[in-house]
Design a protein around this ligand. Structure first.
Ligand code: AP5
Ligand code: MG
Length: 227
């Protein structure tokens, strides 16, 4: 099964993708994390992507598509994949269809994280991340056990560079301009969009997501059995 997580910055995609991956065994492709890893390694893609991330702008499509192509190659044969933060504009959505086609796959559901914009800025201002293992925290809603220390690997937590008030504004604008049309594309043209109310607690959001994935997987299995 192929799942796409779509939603504005801070809507909880990264938090939920972890659970989809750990609890349901999906291979996770989180574009923001992959780009940040490439920047830390200072590899060819990282060098080209860096300034775009710092400014809260989209990285050029050809770089992102190359990353997806490489990830699909790595994943080959494992089956279930969840995409977080990709596709993020119409060109990426259309090119994605082609890449999946070549791999003999198709998108099964697009989970759209619906949340009032007012909540997002608050969540992002309180977010802290582990620079080593990428675990995400929130000073208000998901604090670490010891102040500013990652529960999992003991590293000192940091604020993401693009979580400053100014860059968050720019990311919201980019979302409205570039990514909101992708919502419409999956809703009206592909009929794949499922709205998830992501202003509830993490467990409430997870329950809703799990219900939709299980429903879809049950339908697919019955279709296969029925021929
Ligand atoms: P990316 O890293 O994908 O950032 P984003 O889409 O802006 O989303 P975020 O990671 O900020 O938020 P999230 O939805 O994952 O929320 P989270 O779970 O962390 O992309 C970064 C950059 O990379 C882009 O700006 C662009 O430059 C580049 N890029 C990436 N993909 C690209 C593409 N396809 N094309 C071109 N460029 C691309 O949660 C946020 C906070 O809220 C956390 O503190 C969390 O603990 C808390 N929280 C989460 N859920 C809940 C809840 N239910 N209740 C309370 N608190 C919660
Ligand atoms: Mg994220």
């Amino acid at each position: 099964m192929i799942i796409v997580l779509l939603g504005p910055p801070g809507s909880g995609k990264g938090t939920q993708v972890e659970r989809i991956s750990k609890e349901l065994g999906f291979y996770k492709i989180s574009m923001g994390d992959l780009l940040r890893e490439a920047i830390t390694k200072d590899d060819e893609i990282g060098k080209k992507a860096k300034n775009h991330l710092v400014d809260g702008k989209l990285v050029p499509d050809y770089l992102v598509l190359e990353m997806v192509r490489r990830e699909l190659e790595k994943e080959k044969g494992k089956g279930d994949i969840v995409f977080d933060g990709f596709p993020r504009n119409l060109n990426q959505a259309i090119s994605f269809d082609r890449l999946l086609n070549l791999a003999g796959k198709k998108i099964d559901i697009v989970l759209y994280f619906d949340i009032p914009f007012a909540l997002l800025a608050r969540r992002l201002s309180q977010r802290r991340v582990c620079p080593r293992c990428s675990t995400v925290y929130n000073l208000e809603t998901a604090p670490p056990r010891s102040h500013n220390i990652c529960d999992k690997c003991g590293s000192t937590l940091v604020k993401r560079r693009d979580d400053s008030e100014k860059i968050v504004k720019s990311r919201f604008q980019v979302y409205e301009r570039e990514t909101a049309p992708v919502e419409e594309f999956y809703k009206r043209r592909r009929n794949l969009l499922i709205k998830i109310c992501s202003d509830g607690s993490k467990d409430e959001v997870w329950k809703e997501i799990k219900k939709h994935i299980e429903k879809k997987s049950y339908k697919e299995n019955s279709n296969q059995k029925g021929g």
